[in-house]
Write a protein that binds this ligand. Structure first.
Ligand SMILES: [Fe+2]
Ligand SMILES: [Fe+2]
Length: 342
């Protein structure tokens, strides 16, 4: 199992820790305790300072005082948990005379562990060490996620006509998701889900995937398996659990005529409905062996008719129309927009 993880990453420095406490004495004590053990330690004296530092720092563990002047430790915790980049970051809450209620709120807020002041050095060191280890493993999973995205790109590249399809779907879905005010994990689900929604196509033979002529019913059945294959492929990765709905349900239609489950209406997760709009639009505006790329207006016209027929979410399609106004018509440039936050 260890061979699965980038070992070098697990064995370099002891790790990095951000200490957030308003008492200079406590900060000094923690620095004096952690530095000799090989940790890189940074400190912040307030929630505001911590938030500022976290714009550039990526610590392995945060030691966070619950009671801070101004914004509280709870505020910092809430912000870190809402951000997909830091949602898994181990956070040890340092508590003085915390009430049971404080502790419950902190647990509900997603704190990883507690340590009470005054703390026993040995115990604190053991906790920090094990949480750094945990962070390294989640980093390795994240690393695996990058491999999956690379794989998804490779699948697009098998067919010259679908090159960069997933990236464009991710951009379109991300813009549409932001416009309808998806936030946090839901917004991340449409962006990440867009990137690997078609990963299940890995199981489809070239002879079928790249076939220029009409598919036989058997071949079409093979294509239709890709949402389930994709979901099964990714279901072992806990860090991607939030995006599985998108992978599994991106070919469902509102009237129940889609696949794999024939879900209808609101039983199709919103994140999947958003991605479907992006997916269909990109397919129509990309050239195929049997037809040229449709213009934006032509694609929207077809989708409007299909929405009337009951396939797509009309409200989402209307919103998508306004999203497109802010994006360049030249789809090859759309992928460059990936770097620009919505
Ligand atoms: Fe698909
Ligand atoms: Fe697709």
């Amino acid at each position: 199992m260890s061979g699965t993880f980038p070992i070098g990453m697990l064995e370099d420095s002891s790790g990095s820790v951000l200490v957030v406490d308003d008492e200079a004495q406590i900060r000094g004590l923690l620095v004096a305790l952690l530095k000799p053990q090989g940790y890189v330690v940074q400190t912040a004296a307030s929630a505001e300072e911590a938030q500022e530092r976290l714009k550039t720092l990526r610590p392995d563990v945060i030691l966070l005082d619950l009671h801070l002047p101004g914004k509280s430790g709870q505020d910092v915790l809430a912000q870190l948990r809402a951000d997909p980049v830091t949602r898994l970051l181990p956070i040890i809450m340092i508590t003085g005379e915390a009430t049971g209620e404080d502790r419950l709120r902190a647990i509900a807020g997603g704190v990883t562990d507690f340590v009470a002041k005054p703390f026993a050095s040995e115990e604190l060191l053991v906790r920090v060490k094990s949480l750094v280890q945990l962070k390294r493993f989640t980093d390795a999973l994240e690393h695996a996620e990058h491999v999956i995205v690379a794989l998804a790109r490779t699948i697009d590249a098998r067919d010259a006509y679908t090159a960069q399809h997933s990236e464009r779907v991710s951009v379109y879905a991300g813009r549409l998701g932001a416009k309808i005010r998806l936030t946090g994990l839901e917004l991340e689900a449409v962006k990440r889900g867009g990137l690997f929604h078609d990963i299940g196509k890995i199981a489809i033979r070239d002879a079928v995937l790249l076939k220029p002529s009409r598919l036989t019913p058997e071949e079409f059945a093979e294509i239709r398996k890709h949402p389930v294959v994709g979901r099964d492929l990714l279901s072992g990765m806990k860090t991607l659990a939030f995006a599985l709905d998108v992978v599994h349900a991106h070919h469902e239609r509102l009237d129940g005529s889609g696949y794999p489950d024939g879900l209808s209406g609101e039983s199709i997760p919103l994140t999947a409905r958003v991605t479907t709009i992006a997916d269909i639009f990109d397919a129509l505006t990309t050239a195929r062996v049997y037809r040229a790329a449709l213009t934006r207006a032509e694609a929207l016209e077809i989708m409007t008719q299909e929405a009337r027929r009951g396939w797509w979410d009309t409200r989402l399609l209307d919103t998508f129309r306004s999203v497109l106004e802010g994006l360049p018509e030249d789809v090859s440039r759309v992928t460059n927009a990936l770097a620009v936050p919505p």
